[in-house]
Design a protein around this ligand. Structure first.
Ligand code: SF4
Length: 306
């Protein structure tokens, strides 16, 4: 996650009275806001290659003929501009303390979906995407864990003239070739902290690939919306925020704005359900004063902050 990835409280879909499917909130999004902005989704409408044996599945995964998908939905103004189809891929190499979707961590827990089925789905919605300035967003889990599938879908989307957005931590920078980057219009890039030590404490991973990926996007002329999750006592140190701002400066004009996402506890039930020790059990979200201080820090570097 993605952004806080931005993904999902897995979105078990629940039919509403009109027969649509609303989804539960994804990552750090407010459930009320999110549910009001999403329709349909789950894993409906995809033909799944159930008959493939393990070896064929691995080969198909490497070629991008199939992808392991957690869920998808149609939303507005959540994962990029306009009305979008957001696809949450399964699998993530990080273990963020504030993850709202620990159920996306293992790729094998996702559902295999044919490339053609995904492309057909985009084709079906392409008029809606174009009319609203929307498109397709890949999120997760970590969308860059399945680079062949994601980049082939993006290639097909670009051939249809559909806007593409990658929601990622950038941690798997090396998985993505320059050619694959060519088909990204916008990246929602999680800069989860500003120095290696804090980044490792927050995610279990290393920061350098995120910086490199952001700089490659910038060189390629792509747009970036940076996402930073503000957790009191974990990511809020003024020097950490300052370091994130300095990293964003290295992306230059590519950065359109920075989303400061306030931590909240919507993901806690999932950690309990999966019986994973939850490190932020008693953590609170940031108060208004802290949010204002952090926003000002970014603004002082010339960034627009949402
Ligand atoms: S652990 Fe993975 S899915 Fe969860 S917030 Fe971190 S990057 Fe996103």
């Amino acid at each position: 996650m993605s952004s806080t990835g931005t993904p999902s409280a897995v979105r078990p879909a629940a039919a509403d009275s009109q027969g649509f499917h609303t989804t539960t909130p994804h990552m750090l999004k407010s459930s009320k806001q999110y549910a009001s902005q999403t329709l349909m989704g789950g894993l409906s409408g995809f033909e799944s290659p159930i008959g493939l044996d393990r070896r064929d599945r691995i080969a198909a995964l490497h070629s991008g003929d199939i992808g392991f998908v957690h869920s998808w939905d149609i939303n507005t103004s959540v994962d990029g501009p306009g009305t979008r189809m957001t696809v949450f891929m399964s699998g993530c190499p990080l273990r963020c303390q504030y993850c709202q979707n620990p159920d996306t961590w293992k790729m094998r827990d996702g559902q295999p979906v044919y490339l053609e089925a995904m492309i057909k789905k985009i084709d079906r919605y392409q008029d809606l995407f174009k009319a609203t300035g929307g498109g397709i967003t890949f999120s997760g889990g970590e969308s860059m864990m399945q680079p062949a599938f994601v980049s082939r879908v993006f290639r097909a989307a670009k051939e249809m003239g559909v806007h593409t957005c990658l929601d990622t931590s950038g941690f798997l920078n090396r998985n993505y070739t320059d050619e694959m980057i060519d088909d990204i219009d916008l990246c929602l890039l999680d800069v989860k902290s500003g120095d290696e030590e804090t980044y490792h404490r927050v995610t279990g991973g290393v920061l350098a690939p995120t910086i490199e990926f952001g700089q490659r996007l910038a060189v390629a002329g792509k747009k970036i919306w940076v996402r930073f999750v503000l957790v009191p006592g974990l990511t809020d140190d003024p020097q950490n925020v300052e370091n994130v701002a300095r990293i964003c400066e290295t992306f230059g004009e590519a950065v359109e704005h920075i989303d400061v996402l306030p931590f909240h506890q919507l993901g806690r039930p999932k950690w309990h359900e999966l019986r994973i020790p939850y490190p932020l059990e008693d953590a609170k979200g940031p108060n208004a004063a802290l949010r204002a201080r952090v926003a000002k820090q970014f603004e002082d570097h010339g960034f627009k902050v949402y």
